[in-house]
Structure formats: C-alpha cells, structure tokens
Design a binder for this molecule. Sequence first.
Ligand code: HEM
Ligand code: HEM
Length: 223
Amino acid sequence: MIRELRAWARKHTERSRYSPVGIAFHWVMAFLVLFQLGWGYYASWLPAGGDKLHAYEVHSAVGLPILLLALGRFGWRLMIPGPVNDADRQGWQTQVAYAMHYVFYVAFFGLPLSGWAMWSSIAEPGPLYLAGVVPWPQLPFDQMPLTTRWRIMDLAEDVHHVLVITLLLVIPLHVAAALKHHFWDRHDVLRGMLPEIPDAEDPREGSSHRPREPQIPNGKAPG
Ligand code: HEM
Ligand code: HEM
C-alpha cells in the first residue's frame, strides 16, 4: 500500500510538484490557520460575556481539526518526500525555508494542544466539539488541585501567545519568499504547490481542442 502511494506521489514529485494530497493539506491548513489568527484576536478583543464565550467556542471548534490534520499531514510527509524544486538549490535560503517549515509544524501541534490545555484547565470547562459537531474530551485535569490547574493555564497561555507571535512573523516571510521565487526568480516553487488544471484533449466528438505544446523557457528547441 505504502509502496503504491509512494509510486503515485512520485509521478508528481518527479515534476517538481507536491502531490494533490500535499497540496490539499497545505491550502486547507493555511486557510484554517489564517482564519484562527484573525478570529482569535477578534475573540480576545470582545468584552467578557456570552458573545466572547461563543467566539471562543467557534475558535476551539475550528482549531481542533487542525490537530488531526497536523497528524495526517505529518504522517504523509514522513511517508512521501516533497519534490526537489528550484528553491532547493539556494544554499542558506533553502535552510531558512526548511527551518520555517519545521516551525509551522510545531505550531500546527502546539497551538491546538495549548488551546485544549487552556480550555481544560478552567475551573468548570464547557464542552468542546470538533468542528462544532463531534464531542471532544477535556484533558484529565479535573482531579488536580486548583493551583496546579492555574499553573497549567498560565503555561499553556504563554505557549499559545508565543506560537501566535511566531506565526505572525514567519507567515509573511514565507509568503514573501514564495512570491519572490515565482515573480522575481521565475522558479517553479509556487507552481508546484498550486492545483494543476489538466490541459487534456477535449473528449467531445468533433472538438478541435488539443493540449498546448510544452513551453521552452529560453525559446530554444530541446536537444
Ligand atoms: C492553529 C490553531 C490556533 C490558532 C492559530 C490560534 C490563535 C489564537 C489567537 C490569535 C488568539 C488571541 C491572541 C492570544 O491570546 O494569543 C488565541 C487565543 C485563545 N485560543 Fe487559540 N488558536 C488556535 C487553536 C486553539 C484551540 C484548538 C483552542 C481550544 C481548544 C484555542 C483556545 C484559545 C483560548 C482559550 C484563547 C484565549 C487565551 C487568552 O485569553 O489568554 N485555540 N488563539
Ligand atoms: C498565500 C499564502 C501562501 C503561499 C503563497 C504559500 C506557498 C508555499 C509554497 C510555494 C510552498 C513550497 C515550498 C518549497 O517546496 O520549498 C509552501 C510550503 C509550505 N507552506 Fe506555504 N504558502 C502560503 C501560506 C502558508 C501558511 C499560512 C502556512 C502555515 C500556516 C504554510 C505552511 C507551509 C508548510 C508547512 C510548507 C511545507 C510543505 C509541507 O511540508 O507540507 N503556508 N508554501
């Protein structure tokens, strides 16, 4: 099974592209994380009361799936190596890009886990729901003395804040690097992370549509 999956993914990675699974993970999680950053700040600025509580319920309902997606994505990434693209030959810049990817993975796990710990360490935690639908358990803090729970709350809050600030620094750098590679260096990096629209022959009878000829960058014929 793993061998077949690797062979399937290799068809994409050999062309400097992430596999469709890798691409889906990237864009779904990028969207959810960006939403969480905006919504988290919105919730934190609301005055104490029912609206604030509801905003945090939405925040946890959207945040918990990120933990499951992170597990799936991490497993996928261990099994299926990413493509080697133009950006992998940039020396220290490549190392910085890899370091950023590690930081993202730490945040994918650390933010939902610290959020879950915060929620579970409140004196009387309300129920949690995955995506607002599937009941999600509290962490087993309820038998602990209140002072220990306060300490867990403090620590989890610090971890959450530090990871949020880290994302706010790293995401703009990551996006800027992706755009620079694409528009400035004309590298294949961003293209490899975008969904591919197949330019196949039109199956309708009598259609004259044919796939385009491959573009040769310097205008010379190959060979
Ligand atoms: C990738 C996922 C997540 C992101 C990006 C994120 C982001 C944020 C942001 C931007 C804030 C407001 C600023 C701050 O307090 O630092 C916040 C606060 C908070 N988040 Fe999250 N969060 C995530 C997941 C979760 C989850 C899964 C839960 C709960 C199960 C959660 C619970 C909380 C709580 C309780 C606060 C309030 C903290 C306080 O008032 O000090 N978060 N989050
Ligand atoms: C408009 C926004 C974004 C663009 C244009 C973008 C673009 C890219 C590109 C081109 C790559 C491939 C890099 C390479 O192979 O060297 C990549 C990888 C990656 N991006 Fe983004 N990205 C965006 C947003 C985000 C966000 C918000 C996150 C995290 C919250 C994120 C996390 C990652 C991770 C972890 C990888 C490594 C691939 C993997 O291990 O799965 N990206 N991104």
